[in-house]
Design a protein around this ligand. Sequence first.
Ligand code: BG6
Length: 331
Amino acid sequence: KGGYDHFMLKEIMEQPRAVKATMAPRIRGNDIVLDDADMDMHGIRKIIITACGSAYYAGCAAKYAIEALCRIPVSVELASELRYCNPLIGEDTLLIALSQSGETADTIAALREGKSRGARTLAIVNVVGSTVAKIADWCLYTWAGPEIAVATTKGYTTQLTALYLFALHTAKQLNTVDDATYRSMLSALKALPKQLQQALDMNPEIPQLAKKYHKAKSMFFIGRNTDYAVALEGALKMKEISYLHAEAYAAGELKHGTIALIEDKQPVVALCCNDAITEKTMSNIVEVKARGAEVLAVAPRGNGRILSLADDMIFVPQVNPLFSAVVEIVP
Ligand code: BG6
């Protein structure tokens, strides 16, 4: 366990190195070089990402970056649903299967289903030689190293990183971004390992916060856009690891019913790392505070208004909003 109490904690700490290992062999100067030289996205009209558990949520977070950079519609489908829904998949579809182990039965079945319908297929997998890696036409290994904890951490962050590399590479291939945008996105990607390390280092008070919040009966995680994708994975982790009920909600949707559940001292984790939409999420923080919620906000340092609204803060470095999920998930 490398001196840590649990494999999961060790793997959390390994994330900067793991993300670097995903990127380093694929960034050469100003170029992104993916493993399969014949990976051609011309003619692809839609992308379906399929996976289970946290890998599914990595897909949810990456959808924003792929659509923004490549201008191809992306849908993210649970593998256990996709395989049984007579999916609209054809030769103009790229099906991306995400899996740490490469052995999750539903993901394998969904991939087979997609292949049989003529889709081009890409596996993003950690375990070398696994079934998902073998079935797909193309493969990007995440090179995260062995993940022992059942609940994934570095598996998730490296899957997301591989999807960002894929998105930027495809955008260049299809000419959907100009040179200046490409270069600034590439330098934003290169900065991620260092920012992940900062996210690990800048919150020594997290164990104290855990002591304060762990007695709650349930927790809400709210956010919009990429922050919402992080809320989904955050709530899953809270349930899976703490046995504490948690629910993720798109912040703007709270008022349509759910807000009735927000009562005095209800913990709400507010994810506010996507600058473009933070103002909107802040209005939802005001709403839940008005009902007595206790708000733990996750945000970059420097936003005085969030600081004054929230009861507690977890800070993260400022990251380009398209890629912020990968750093924001760490705390
Ligand atoms: C679950 C794990 O059982 O499987 C999750 O608890 C994981 O952490 C999911 O995301 C999918 O696994 P894999 O190996 O296909 O990424």
